[in-house]
Write a protein that binds this ligand. Structure first.
Ligand code: SN0
Length: 314
């Protein structure tokens, strides 16, 4: 595998889940695979799980890790072709990407959607330009439109906790005070289309994800109806795709204990970070059915599997 840009880069999901499960049991089984290899992690946005789990994954494979935050530390980068660079941006991605390629063997990048210009976000300007100008493999640590390491984690976690071959999985929108990207939801939707699951999305009218991503997935605008008989409730806020970046603070969509009681004793999932008592009530996230901490634990094995695939094909 050259790059891990989206979940389309997964050739066989069932094999990957089996391999990740084995890796979780013996995390140090390949502790010399990455010896003398360096991964560079570039962050244009904050991170807790992604940063630490990707580092941990690289260390488990014997790699060296270097991390750089562009939030205030790096030069602000220019991406336009032929731009006269007399404004705020100091360095072009052409040089930055080639330079970083000399120091590293693998590059991982986080660059969220700016939620100002839909066309620009969905063109994946940052990730696509780094892929274009680097000479080393690139891993997506959440780009403008996708979070494929999270989606792989989610598939591993659902496989670990499911009690039937075809569980009912519900992706539910929940309120949030800030406008958030669609990336996590997009990749989760794509992943559920590749998984044997009875999958339903529930959100307020106007919060439809891009139809090129949701395709035939059923949407239920009635959250309580969608929750009936669910085995997994996967919660995420996202801002509007149609009215790009618009938010809605509708408290009636918050995840409550009453709503969880409508389910088939469903597991509660969230990628974190989560706003307690805005997105989800304490009683739900603190309940025995909440698997958010183990879900975050699986981030390491998703990242480690991706890095292993890249190292093996180099
Ligand atoms: C990000 C998102 O894409 O929704 C990262 C999730 C893994 N989440 C946030 O930015 C939450 C920020 C907040 O203030 O709650």
């Amino acid at each position: 595998m050259e790059n891990y840009f989206s979940i389309q880069d997964i050739d066989s999901l069932s094999n990957w889940i089996d391999e990740a499960t084995a890796m979780k049991k013996k995390p140090l089984a390949n502790k010399t695979l990455g010896i003398d290899k360096t991964i560079g992690l570039l962050f244009f946005n904050p991170s807790l799980r992604t940063r630490l789990s990707t580092q941990k994954a690289a260390l488990n494979l014997g790699m060296n890790v270097i991390v750089m935050n562009f939030t205030g530390e790096g030069w602000s980068l220019e991406y336009g072709d032929g731009t006269i660079m007399d404004q705020g941006n100091s360095e072009h991605v052409k040089e930055a990407a080639q330079v970083v390629s000399q120091y590293c063997d693998v590059l991982a990048i986080r660059a969220f959607a700016k939620l100002e210009n839909r066309e620009e976000d969905y063109s994946e300007k940052v990730l696509k330009n780094f892929i274009k100008y680097t000479t080393i493999p690139v891993v997506n640590m959440e780009s403008a439109t996708g979070h494929p390491l999270q989606a792989l984690t989610d598939a591993i976690t659902i496989a670990e906790y499911r009690k039937t071959d075809k569980p009912k999985v519900v992706l539910s929108w929940a309120p949030h005070p800030k406008a958030l990207p669609q990336a996590v939801a997009n990749s989760f939707v794509e992943m559920m289309q590749r998984t044997d699951a009875h999958f339903v999305i529930t959100h307020p009218v106007g919060f439809e994800l891009a139809s090129q991503i949701t395709k035939e997935v059923p949407i239920d605008y009635n959250q309580e109806n969608a929750f009936k008989d669910a085995d997994f409730i996967y919660v995420k806020n996202w801002s509007s795709y149609a009215d790009y970046g618009k938010t809605l603070e509708d408290n009636s969509w918050r995840i409550t204990d009453e709503k969880m009681k409508l389910t088939n004793n469903a597991k509660f999932m969230h990628c974190l970070p989560v706003r307690r008592n805005v997105v989800v009530d304490d009683i739900v996230i603190d309940s025995e059915n909440s698997i958010v901490i183990e879900q975050a634990n699986n981030r390491t094995y998703a990242a480690q599997l991706v890095l292993k695939k890249i190292l093996e094909s180099k």
